[in-house]
Unconditional design. Structure first.
Length: 228
């Protein structure tokens, strides 16, 4: 590969063939629950038990899935590529880590972590988060929430992501619809920096025309083909 620094953005599509639901595909998560109810701070304030139930079920679902060839290919790229590889994921699962990727940047948080909405303390999440749980740091009851980024909240590690994006000479977007900002804007940031940009997705994303190249098909085939 003629590149020295690669930034990879992944979305729900990379985990689809592992059996993890995407959001906006037919039968996806947003066809079953209203995002306003489960993925906003206002929804959590209205009905925290329902939100806990939604994320507890998704956390439990992770026990029964495993990384697919796309996750493994990215871990191999990181091990074997002579330059630098950064994986930024919008996913809250841990399939990149289970495949062997290191230093994955979880811009929308992680199902495995809990956050105290009162004092900001983070820690490992119990399997079942509930309104009964008290924060170990500040003792507040009912403040504990999944450590994930909801609509209207600031995604995590943005300074680091923009620094890595500025340094990258190749930006690759995998398995994301390009419907949610700021991640949907990374391709334009990368282009403005003069980087090459590549989309690997089942179908054309909302921003497909912005990429220097787009390949369409299942991630389990496209990602290993790209890495090899
Ligand atoms: C396959 C496949 C296979 C299937 N192989 N492919 C303009 C600028 C900035 C912000 C905004 C803006 N306009 C609006 C906003 C606000 C808002 C927003 O974007 N709204 C849009 C709906 C318009 N954004 C926010 O509120 C964000 N915060 C924010 O902007 O703060 C201010 C800020 C501004 C500027 C810089 C910095 C900060 C926060 C967004 C938080 C999103 N949270 C969620 C939930 C997280 C927790 C959870 O998982 O429950 O994140 S929503 C949900 O969507 C989740 C995902 O990470 C995210 C993206 O979804 P993704 O991954 O793309 O999945 P899908 O289902 O949409 O697509 C799957 C794709 O895979 C499809 O294309 C399939 O074809 C494909 N696929 N199978 C390959 N086998």
């Amino acid at each position: 590969m003629q590149f020295q620094s690669i930034l990879i953005l992944t979305g729900a599509g990379i985990s689809a063939e592992s059996g993890v639901d995407t959001f906006r595909d037919v039968g996806g998560i947003w066809s079953k629950v209203r995002l306003e109810d489960v993925a906003t701070p206002e929804g959590f304030a209205r009905d925290p038990a329902m939100v806990h139930d939604f994320y507890n079920q998704r956390r439990a679902g992770l026990a029964g899935v495993k990384p697919n060839p796309a996750h493994h290919a990215l871990a191999r790229l990181e091990r074997e590529f002579s330059g630098s590889v950064t994986v930024v994921t919008q996913n809250i699962d841990d399939l990149h880590e289970r495949a062997g990727s290191r230093g994955v940047i979880h811009m929308h948080g992680e199902l495995a972590k809990a956050l105290c909405a009162r004092c900001g303390t983070r820690g490992p999440s119990p399997d079942q988060l509930s309104t009964e749980l008290a924060c170990r740091q500040c003792g507040s009851l009912a403040g504990m929430r999944p450590d994930v980024v909801w609509f209207g909240e600031m995604p995590y590690h943005m300074d680091m992501i923009y620094d890595r994006l500025a340094a990258a000479d190749l930006f690759v977007s995998i398995g994301t619809s390009g419907a949610v900002y700021p991640a949907a804007g990374f391709v334009e940031d990368a282009r403005a920096n003069g980087s090459r940009t590549l989309e690997l997705n089942l179908e054309p994303s909302a921003g497909t025309m912005l990429f220097s190249e787009a390949r369409h098909g299942p991630a389990s085939r496209l990602v290993p083909d790209f890495v090899d």
